[in-house]
Ligand binder design. Structure first.
Ligand code: GLN
Length: 444
């Protein structure tokens, strides 16, 4: 039976009503908008979607899961929303780590997102709401943002497909910026095919985001049908270490065997500077976040408790409005950009970034796609990781891709002995999402 847009929408809204109270995946649902559009599209196709709450939808609050944005209502659509408007309808805005800073969704100022596979565990972050919503059938697909792993890591934790496109493939106009040299909007879906479909709608030049490419976009539906013969899969030894849980390594090895049986050639590659990625990422991310968040002074985004003294007002809003993790990064950014420290931290981090990029360039002379884990462990328990450094290290396998601006996809590849999903990460050269869809679809 072919379901109408209205029937599908009503079913998702019912699922949300039943499960969202426990999971906390949505901050806000937009039932009226969804139903009105579904009715209008009764005989047509309109795909229900969820949108991370740092992507602007006109006339719907954007909170970034922060108290400081609690009354910010944007007056424009993000470019991705404009591009999806003819194909999709909005079910609601999804929960996230505050200002996309975090790996567990516990830094949301409202409530954490619980993992649909085991509600004692985290959903991952920062796009945890989007990943949990897809995993729990609270939407057909979701948009997320990935600066250092925020699409791939929660997708891995929730057993769904998470794509971080190449830096510059998808417009960020209307995305609240954290670290502009790495921020990227991407998709969270159940299948590789869905990911390719949504990407084909949102990719491409937008003059409102000057880093977007003018190149012709690949034909992703053709890529999905690609064969595996002659595909060279690079295996870097830096991705297969004891730091990763042994059950994950085991499942990855099984996946590698499957891919080899499908016709792929395996190649050993070397990415010697990968181990320095988290350090470089943490510094660059903090420096850029400090700069981007400077404009959030409590006056421009709805919180107009204006006192005559601008500085006093701004300090008070920021003190009350930002959570601990956001403040930690603002302070770190301010510290490393202080003129007396400039060369010690920020420039060194940029040099590491160049080395990581060169590692990938060299590796891609020998292979078409690189394979590794998405995360060193599966979803951990809520409130388990108190130490920020331990949390940052959790991004060891996702941050190198962000530093290099490359596309990567996280695919489900089995479960650990506790029944939690394991993610496999495929990385491609810039603007080669097609090979990710080719290998991903053959594997899935
Ligand atoms: N977990 C990473 C961080 O805390 C990634 C965040 C992101 O990609 N937005 O920075």
């Amino acid at each position: 039976k072919n379901f109408s847009a209205l029937e599908v929408t009503e079913q998702y809204l019912k699922n949300i009503k039943e499960k969202n109270k426990d999971l906390g995946a949505y901050i806000k649902t937009t039932d009226d908008i969804a139903l009105a559009k579904a009715e209008e599209r009764f005989n047509d196709k309109a795909i229900p979607m969820a949108v991370k709450d740092n992507i602007n939808v006109c006339d719907v609050a954007t909170t970034c899961a922060s108290k400081i944005f609690k009354s910010y209502i944007p007056s424009h659509n993000a470019t991705v929303i404009e591009r999806l408007n003819d194909h999709c309808l909005l079910l609601g805005k999804t929960n996230m780590d505050e200002f996309a800073m975090g790996s567990s969704n516990e830094t949301s100022a409202f409530f954490p997102v619980k993992n649909p596979w085991d509600q004692r565990r985290v959903s991952g972050g920062s796009s945890g709401g989007s990943a949990a919503a897809v995993a729990a059938d609270l939407t057909c697909f979701a948009l997320g943002s990935d600066t250092g792993g925020s699409i791939r890591q929660p997708s891995s934790f929730c057993g769904v497909v998470g794509l971080r496109p190449t830096y510059g493939l998808v417009s960020r106009h209307g995305l609240v910026a954290v670290a502009s040299s790495m921020d990227q909007i991407g998709t969270i879906t159940k299948t590789v095919e869905d990911s390719a479909y949504v990407l084909s709608k949102i990719a491409g030049r937008d003059k409102k985001d000057p880093v977007t490419t003018s190149n012709k976009i690949e034909d992703y539906s053709a890529a999905l049908k690609g064969e595996m013969q002659e595909v060279r899969i690079g295996l870097p030894k830096q991705f297969f270490t004891d730091y990763t849980h042994s059950e994950i390594n085991k499942k990855l090895n099984k996946a590698i065997t499957t891919l080899e049986q499908l016709g792929a050639k395996l190649v050993e590659v070397n990415l010697p500077h990968i181990p320095y990625s988290v350090s470089a990422y943490t510094l660059i991310c903090a420096a850029e976040a400090w700069s981007n968040l400077a404009r959030i002074d409590g006056l421009r985004h709805g919180e107009k408790t204006f006192e005559e003294d601008y500085l006093k007002n701004s300090i008070q809003s920021r003190t009350e409005g930002f959570g601990v993790e956001v403040k930690r990064r603002i302070l770190l950014g301010a510290y490393i950009l202080n003129s007396s420290n400039n060369n010690d931290y920020y420039l060194k981090a940029q040099k590491v970034r160049t080395l990581v990029k060169k590692d990938f360039q060299k590796a891609f002379q020998q292979c078409d796609v690189i394979l590794g884990p998405t995360t060193p462990s599966t979803a951990f328990k809520l409130e388990e990781k108190h130490d920020p450094l331990t949390m940052y290290l959790h991004d060891s396998y996702t941050t190198p891709v962000s530093l290099a601006g490359l596309p990567a996809i996280s695919l489900p590849c089995g479960q650990d002995s506790k029944g939690m999903p394991i993610g496999l990460q495929l990385i491609a050269p810039a603007f080669s999402e097609g090979i990710l869809f080719n290998v991903g679809n053959n594997f899935q």
